[in-house]
Write a protein that binds this ligand. Sequence first.
Ligand code: IPM
Ligand code: MG
Length: 340
Amino acid sequence: MGAKKDWKVAIIPGDGTGPDIIKATVPVLEAIKNKYRLNISWEFGNGGLNCIEKYGTNLPETTIELLKRSDCVIKGPATTPEGATSEVSLAVKIRRMFDLYANVRPCKTLPNVQSLKPGIDLVIVRENTEGLYSGLDFQVNKDTAMAVRLITRPACQRISKFAFDLARTRKKHLTFVHKGNILKASDGLFKEVVDGVAKQYADVTLDDAHIDAMTQWLIKQPEWYDVLVMENMFGDILSDEAAMVVGGVGVGPSADIGEKYAMFEPIHGSAPKYTGMDKVNPIATILSVKMMLEWMGYKDAASALEKAVIDVLKEKRVLTYDLGGTAKCSEVGREIASKI
Ligand code: IPM
Ligand code: MG
């Protein structure tokens, strides 16, 4: 993006533990804003299952207006019910509305967070608009239903370029994850595009792996990977595994990036059973804010935020239950803010 103007950020706390997490995250955002004099302001909006009763939808009109007058959104976890007649998930709606085509999910070994191996530092780049998430999922007759795994050349092209560009700023290694031996047409097309785009990135090493084998490699040699690119559902599944490999979804941030808008959200769900208990780990969301600062071009502020998180992890004093501690969600937020 590039540091510019006044950034307007929408914040949607979401459902379940979302409000607690956002309450813990805002002081961190405030601290970093003051320290680095960032031109960021924010405004809260409603979204998620909690809105259905009052507004009849998980994304009310007033929130859509808020999103449209902002540059990006920080979204807490939202609850997505199952069932053929239930609404499209809030996250998926926002991704579609703003064509947020790249879902970026970094997984890194962090201090005092139990990781399968030391030195893991990989990023999953998930195509975020097509595949089995295109909404082409329907009942054909009483006994048959089908979903279409939509793959188009333009979408493959932009996500491949995005992934190569990212790899170029890192360890210059890109892995294309697919199932081309079975999905010959759809992943065949994706592979053809990746191979074509690779010609413009001679400095990046490209390899590929089948998704099923990849779930094993990710456990066996996660430290070997840098950037991994794949279609939507493979990315959804593999990113949960990758997050667990480095210590759990409680520390897993993500960014959904489009040409003109972006969303920053933890990769975990809303954990309804802990609602209002001020219990869960806010770090996934706080690290998503770090990704937002990077996207805005505030590189120093982003590094400082990450360092504050790492310091708190290293000290081991103020950690939530998932990391073996007894601290509350709000205490972790305050501690990180105080380091800034
Ligand atoms: C994720 C989540 C979402 C997804 C759900 C909540 C719609 O699992 O962000 O990974 O499947 O994309
Ligand atoms: Mg998921």
